[in-house]
Design a binder for this molecule. Sequence first.
Ligand code: ADP
Ligand code: MG
Length: 405
Amino acid sequence: MKLKNVFVAGGMPTVTYIDREHLSLESSLRNELAEGYKIVAITGPTKSGKTVLCKKVISERDSVWIDGGQVDGSDDFWGGLLRNLDLPDEETISEKVSISASFKAVIGLKTQVSDGKTVKFNGATKKEILQVMRERDLSLIVDDFHYLEDKLQTEVVRSLKSEVFEGLQVVLIAVPHRAFDAISAEPEMEGRYSHINIPEWSENDLKEIASIGFPKLGMQMASETIDEFCSESLGSPLLMQRFCGRLCLNYSVTETIKPARDYLPTKTVREAIYRQVSEQFGFPTFEKLAKGPQSRSKRNPRRLRDGTGSLDIYQAILVAVGNTGPKPKLHYDKIREALQNLLRDVDVPQKHEVSNALGQMEIIARRKLKGEPVLEWSDDYLYLTNPFLMFYMRWSDAAEIAKIP
Ligand SMILES: Nc1ncnc2c1ncn2[C@@H]1O[C@H](COP(=O)(O)OP(=O)(O)O)[C@@H](O)[C@H]1O
Ligand SMILES: [Mg+2]
């Protein structure tokens, strides 16, 4: 068996797919779909397994997927839907008399879209498309629904409404923040949608990824390493899959080895993996926050207590917070303490400066980063919601961060 088929970070795992049965996620989704006549909303933190769950439960053949992150406006949404819709072509259809006019119309539209023509959709054509999907028993899945503009979210829910009541199956996937304002704002939707929340991963659940995966590759992994991976994953199955995969590569295991062997990775090996992975997953988000809102030249350099260099206030706060663990919820007093440990006394920022910088970072998180805000600052508490950002903060060091231009 090949490594890439065992530990899958960022795609659809099969061998190491964990159903977390105690949460009944698959059965809840199956039951909602079986009951029908409603919009099923699936929410959960970034990279918690929302897409994976839907792919597991709903077969590709019986569904049409739209990726909210790829959609640019209303016509693109409906065009994308058509493109992904598996329909017979125009020639086959023209010979048959039993085909309804609306079905023919939809096929014609699809041909135009597939030929790269710009098609404008109106209420009637949208309805026809959805009707054809319902008649062919195809479910509509809008992944990362939160990426659609607010106006389009409302439009989509409004167009879906009547077909859903007729039996069209619809699943909308999103992050929890402000989830489904569009649905609940729509009249008559009350009781017509159901919500499945994907909870964070416990260390026990994460552990299964390793306990199933390593033996498949003939690796008997030290349990201390697996436990450490579980806690370093900060609740993210994606990080867990990545650590395990990287560890195999470290020993040059790219497919199952025979006979099986024991492995006891050193601290150096494990920490090198954390550093590599943090660069890959957390850095892009971190960088945007660390840059802050305006040009760097206006900012005071704040000298490090250990004499190795200096950071500006945005960098210093992020490094200080990282040095606390970091925890998902952190009071200002802890941030101040960490800043005092990091910076020379005269360079420690005042409370209002820290507060202002964190407020600015929250704005960046809301406006410049897609999806759920990765950071929130309110009532003297800092909330961190993104495992990749937290992981980066934990494993990066001040020297690297000072280099961010
Ligand atoms: N049930 C699962 N079992 C094992 N690994 C999973 C599971 N769900 C998610 N993962 C891991 O996490 C990654 C991200 O999952 P994904 O469903 O894409 O997240 P989301 O859609 O919530 O952002 C997957 O590529 C996989 O590596
Ligand atoms: Mg997804």
